[in-house]
Design a protein around this ligand. Structure first.
Ligand SMILES: [Zn+2]
Length: 127
């Protein structure tokens, strides 16, 4: 990754910064106070690209193996009914902050092939 431009100021709040706070990646030009703002802005872009799923107000993204202890998890897209399977490749991004919930409506739900195996209620997570 080529080094990104750094102006010496937080790109969000304008606070003076001694240098990039979080390496050369997506967070290089924000201060620690604005980290969460950038984080959820990036999650929003991932949701728009169909890479991140919102289930019961929490965000989940496909990644490398090892997510949720390598558990196989299935989700069903609310708009299309498409079922996606993640063999240890689903990761949690955490709960959407309350003040951003309106921007992150649920777009998926947990999916169970066998409803009798569904031991969690709709507000809980299957892990
Ligand atoms: Zn800032």
């Amino acid at each position: 990754m080529k080094p990104r431009e750094f102006t010496g100021k937080c790109a969000i709040c304008g606070k003076e910064m001694k240098g990039p706070q979080y390496g050369e990646g997506e967070f290089h030009d924000v201060c620690c106070k604005c980290f969460e703002i950038r984080f959820w802005d990036l999650i929003k872009q991932q949701v728009a690209r169909g890479e991140t799923y919102i289930i019961n107000g929490s965000a989940y993204t496909r990644g490398h193996r090892g997510g949720f202890g390598n558990r196989t998890l299935r989700i069903k897209m609310l708009a299309t009914g498409e079922v996606k399977t993640f063999e240890g490749t689903l990761w949690s991004n955490g709960q959407v902050p309350e003040d951003r919930l309106e921007q992150f409506p649920d777009n998926a739900e947990w999916y169970y092939e066998d409803e009798t195996r569904k031991v969690w209620n709709t507000t809980e997570r299957p892990y």
